[in-house]
Design a protein around this ligand. Structure first.
Ligand code: NCD
Length: 320
């Protein structure tokens, strides 16, 4: 008997409890074991877990990993996919509301992943949807399935989700993955967050207030050199060029940090270095072969976590 998650739609990492995480990760681990190491069909007992189900992937913003890892996940479980890659060419362009689209897609598929540049877009889409909706990124707000992938990666590399010193570096103002990750990791005891960014790229006050109200141990700085030696996890994010008001403002933030061999000389031997990707120039390719660099492993883990989520959510019937 499959265990039940506490949410129907997945719109924000606020909805995810520790119990949900353990249900999702147990199944992710099962898929990881079956599909990760061997390509032999005989080793894959779960091949038909999503047979006859349809996943709709609706992307109104560019995506490589999120869309393809969801689609790869569904294909591995023998489900079907309908996909909108350039959402702005759809009837949204004619002025159709997200709410109406949500209503309609409930009749076309069993589960929807949506990415859209507006905050709360997935929530609007879900308003009249009778099938589960997954937020694949709503503007600079949230990206809950990326943070589940990030947590699963940390669990695999550090063997724990508590008692960690986590440095998050880069454009924290617009990074939805950073915000969702902090919320999820703060469910576990004794985690300390060091937010490293230029002053103008700090976490938004509204986001920070919400975190501080939950007594999160969080500190802000602009200097990575002074912090690197104490970190267990270093989470790097790119500058979100598309969300800046002007090129000048973007230039004030971009290119201020570089993770390279020189910086890592001071770091712990068992540091885990992560990045949700795409990487631009914030991580030097010279560290790709360093055994502490886990960003490509992290991208691989996304498939197993999304396989688990799809299977756990696919039968939810949503009341509205
Ligand atoms: C991130 C995103 O889209 O928020 N990428 C991803 O989903 N793997 C990070 C980014 O675009 O910088």
């Amino acid at each position: 008997m499959q265990q039940k998650l506490s949410f129907d739609h997945l719109l924000s990492s606020n909805q995810i409890s520790k119990d949900d995480i353990s249900i999702i990760f147990d199944l992710s681990q099962k898929y990881h074991n079956e599909f990760g190491q061997s390509k032999a069909q005989k080793d894959r007992k779960s091949l038909h877990d999503c047979q006859d189900y349809i996943l709709a992937t609706l992307f109104f913003e560019p995506s490589t990993r999120t869309r393809f890892s969801f689609e790869s996940a569904m294909q591995k479980l023998n489900g079907k996919i309908i996909s909108l890659e350039q959402g702005l060419f759809s009837s949204i362009k004619k002025g159709e509301s997200l709410e109406d689209m949500g209503r309609v897609f409930s009749k076309y598929s069993d589960l929807v992943v949506i990415r859209h540049p507006e905050m709360d877009s997935a929530k609007k889409f879900s308003k009249y949807s009778s099938i589960p909706v997954i937020n694949g990124g709503d503007g600079a707000n949230e990206h809950p399935t990326q943070s589940l992938t990030d947590l699963y990666t940390i669990k695999q590399t550090k063997n724990r989700l508590d008692n960690l010193v986590i440095g998050i570096v880069g454009d924290l103002k617009y990074s939805r993955t950073a915000y969702s990750l902090i919320k999820l990791l703060s469910l576990y005891p004794n985690n300390e967050f060091i937010l490293i960014s230029q002053e103008i790229a700090r976490l938004k006050d509204s986001h920070k207030e919400k975190l501080l109200n939950n007594n999160i141990n969080l500190r802000e700085t602009i200097n990575i050199e002074d912090e690197i030696a104490n970190l267990d996890v270093l989470y790097v994010v790119r500058t979100q060029k598309e969300r800046f008001a002007s090129e000048d403002e973007y230039k004030k933030v971009n290119g201020k940090y570089l993770i390279n061999n020189n910086l890592l000389k001071k770091a712990k031997k068992d540091l885990t270095i992560m990045h949700p990707l795409p990487r631009l120039d914030e991580i030097d390719t010279e560290i790709d072969s360093d055994q502490r660099s886990k960003y490509f492993f992290q991208a691989e883990m996304a498939v197993f976590v999304r396989m688990a989520l799809i299977n756990l959510m696919k039968d939810h019937k949503v009341e509205f």
